[in-house]
Design a protein around this ligand. Sequence first.
Ligand SMILES: N[C@@H](CCC[C@H](N)C(=O)O)C(=O)O
Length: 285
Amino acid sequence: MTNMHFTKMHGLGNSYIYVDMFKQTLDEDKLAPIAVEVADKNKGIGSDGMILVCPSDVAPVKMRVFNNDGSEAKNCGNGLRCVAKFAYEHGYVKEETFQIETLGGLVEATVHVTEGKVKTVTVDMGKPILSRQLIPMLGEDQNEVVAEAFSIEDETFHVTAVSMGNPHAVMFVEDINHATVETVGPKMEKDERFPEWVNVEFVEVVSDKELHFRVWERGSGITQACGTGACAAVVAAILNGHAEKGKEVTVHLLGGDLGITWLENGHVLMTGAAEVICEGVFERK
Ligand SMILES: N[C@@H](CCC[C@H](N)C(=O)O)C(=O)O
């Protein structure tokens, strides 16, 4: 039996088990099974996955993200805000603006602190990747995939593909309350046209400043929120003429709101909450 110290945190209800790798080690080949184990709501702690807060050679801290099926992702928006809070409140960084290494590259986080506690975090998520090959998505070779017809069984959807370090397929719907997240989500997630699978987002445009959002996450299914997905949704909204670059868009997710701006310099800024739920020790067999 090995005991693993953890902190459960969430960003708008998108919860992960955070493990402080500054203070403990886990075998590399055990990471995927541990993520599945801790995420289990009946026999584990219950979460959308596991996030390792690790030392880095190129930044004060590095994030590694595992979905609740054990697959590793290159990025996680809600995770980045929680890692920023964790690193700042544990004294691994002293500045309020610092870099975080992800498998998708470096991002910059700014923590907003009240009475010594981080309440919200702004992350410069970098530039979205729009090239079909880099999403990656198969199909006729045009550089960007904007409102491309995509048939599943006898239904046709219009997909805009955006990578925020991880792949997203965004679709605009008339009424978010009737979005077919549970049925279309898993089919599109593992469709062979997405060789690395994909996060699937359903978005209702309220105005050029407001979107409603639901997600089927690759490797985790329905979650309350997806930070990278919300960034992808705003980029897709702008590419489809529903919103404007340089102006903040409020994205309403099941678990709360995110403020997202696709800046004129190409970077995407995301601001939202990060919260601790509990800390404890997980007894591993
Ligand atoms: N919840 C996340 C994204 C987590 C990874 C994703 N499921 C993937 O496999 O790419 C977020 O807040 O961005």
